[in-house]
Design a protein around this ligand. Structure first.
Ligand SMILES: [Zn+2]
Length: 150
């Protein structure tokens, strides 16, 4: 019997990527959770073996999503409510400060999942299940991206 990690996976559609992203599951197989602990992401999927954390700078995507959601969806609107007098400015500052500390931690997992979903929706051929059959590696290879399509 073949190793299940070597079995070809069915192609992953955008809809499946969105569902797996909302569930914080591996975008490739959808069988495993992305995180091994509350705040530590798996380097490789424990089910299919796809590399999840790809390189040193890969964390910048989730960081930007997390920062953007915290600032533009919570801190800025709260401060504007205080600035325009809908709530007391001291209360707005306290809520914004507390949110600025708590939201990044609360959104950490979801921002990683959002990043992986956006990444693989934009570059679906880099997902292991969507790769050409002649490609047998599990890590990103630059020549695979630049190889002309037949
Ligand atoms: Zn997987």
């Amino acid at each position: 019997m073949l190793d299940p990690k070597l079995q070809p996976l069915p192609k992953v559609t955008h809809r499946q990527l969105l569902i797996r992203g909302l569930r914080c599951q591996c975008p490739n197989c959808g069988q495993a959770k992305l995180f091994e602990t509350r705040l530590r992401i798996h380097r490789y999927c424990p089910n299919c073996g796809m590399r999840i954390e790809r390189s040193d700078g890969y964390y910048l995507g989730p960081l930007c999503i997390n920062y953007g959601a915290t600032v533009f969806a919570f801190v800025l609107p709260t401060l504007l409510l205080g600035f325009f007098g809908y709530i007391a400015i001291k209360l707005a500052l306290a809520i914004a400060f507390t949110g600025a500390l708590l939201l990044p931690v609360l959104l950490y997992r979801f921002s990683w999942s959002c990043w992986l979903t956006i990444y693989y929706i934009c570059l679906p051929d880099e997902l292991h299940a969507n790769r050409p059959e002649d490609c047998d590696d599990l890590s990103f290879e630059e020549e695979q991206r630049t190889r002309p399509k037949d």
